[in-house]
Design a protein. Structure first.
Length: 388
């Protein structure tokens, strides 16, 4: 069966919008670490901590570690030339450099002001700043950083600052640093937005997958394909009722026909004809891809290739009491080995490191569903499937 999947995969690779490079799964690491850093800052501020108590230097150092580890993981599958000349490397270098230039001055100012400012700053203005970083982190999951409305966000924060009463010195420093930061982001993002929106540089917010379905109690190929479409419709119905009303996984096709193929085989035990349906489906990238994989699996539709590739990066978040954290990470790694998933690297947020760890895995696509179920058994959060 694996041989037929590979033959079909090679056939589909000649069609547009299907195949992507393996390195793309791993080189999204720095981009999503940037999202997490915004989330962590928002949580830090929401808890009433001063913005000048945030661990800027350690967060920057860890971002560059993620950059290095992502590149090292990608090098297993692609050459240095392919990776360094890709738009993904351009994005990662810019994100790492820009975040460094953004955070290092804050870290230096924090060191200078440390003796004079309180550690806590549970003010109205700080909660509004936390709101901004929460929205920014959420928007980054669907909107590239170079397409954000920095001018409008800066104006909204200025209005919030002016309308707040009982402002503290920390609020003033926070507003001044954010004002400069958003102004710089706006003008630096303009050329990047222009470049990434040029034809040939854009990446669609969808991923094509090759799936396999074993039809039951059918007499011919047409009935097998119809049963496959019915189960696909059932998967979509659940996604739309539980995740998002406009979420849909569709069969890819054109004026010639849909990319759905049927293979007949003889069962060795019963000597009866059995039909296996293979389809090229199009689903979402980013966070919505995980419920898609799970919903399809519930209908016995199994993912065999993602964008023409055999491996994908999966991110988990492990939380446990301090004395149990290392054992839980070790147990998770052991569970991953059962499905031939390889641990890549781990990192923390430098705030809750003793009780929280982010773990990255290189997972064979054909073992993706079993790997997810194994992670569920370990009671860890599957945060993200980096589906190219």
């Amino acid at each position: 069966m694996g041989k037929y999947v590979n033959i079909l995969d090679e056939k589909i690779k000649t069609k547009s919008s299907y195949s992507r490079y393996q390195y793309q799964s791993y080189m999204t690491g720095p981009e999503w670490r940037n999202v997490e850093m915004a989330e962590e800052l928002a949580t830090f501020l929401r808890e009433g901590n001063s913005i000048f108590q945030f661990p800027y230097f350690r967060q920057v150092a860890d971002l560059w570690r993620v950059f290095y580890n992502s590149y090292s993981a990608a090098r297993k599958y692609n050459s240095a030339w392919e990776i360094w000349t890709s738009e993904y490397m351009v994005m990662d270098v810019f994100i790492a450099m820009f975040t460094t230039l953004e955070m290092i001055p804050k870290g230096v100012i924090s060191l200078m002001l440390y003796p004079f400012l309180k550690k806590d700053n549970n003010s109205t203005m700080q909660q509004k700043v936390a709101d901004y970083f929460e929205r920014y982190a959420a928007d980054l999951q669907t909107i590239p950083f170079y397409d954000h409305h920095y001018k409008e966000n800066r104006a909204a924060l200025a209005e919030a600052y002016n309308s707040c009463e009982n402002k503290t010195w920390v609020d003033w420093f926070t507003w001044k640093s954010l004002s400069i930061e958003l102004w710089a982001r706006r003008w630096i993002s303009k050329p990047l937005s222009y470049w990434f929106h040029q034809e040939g540089n854009t990446v669609e917010a969808t991923t094509d997958i090759l799936v396999k379905y074993r039809a039951e109690d059918v007499d011919n190929r047409e009935e097998a394909q119809e049963q496959f479409r019915q189960y696909l419709a059932a998967a979509n119905h659940k996604l739309q009722s539980t995740v998002s009303g406009d979420l849909e996984v569709s069969v890819v096709g054109n004026e010639v026909g849909d990319d759905v193929y049927t293979r007949m085989r003889i069962d060795k035990d019963s000597m009866e004809q059995k039909f296996v349906v293979y389809g090229r489906l199009r689903g979402p990238r980013y966070a919505l891809f995980q419920p898609v994989v799970r919903s399809l699996a519930e209908q016995d539709i199994h993912v065999k290739k993602i964008a023409g590739q055999d491996h994908v990066q999966v991110k988990c978040v492990v939380t446990a009491p301090e004395e149990q954290l290392e054992d839980k990470v070790a147990s998770l790694n052991a569970k991953a080995n059962i499905t031939h998933a390889t641990p890549l690297y781990t990192y923390g947020d430098r705030i809750h490191d003793k009780t929280r760890r982010v773990c990255l895995f290189d997972v064979p696509v054909k073992e993706l569903e079993d790997t997810l179920y194994g992670f569920d058994e370990e009671e860890v959060e599957v945060k993200f499937i980096h589906n190219f």
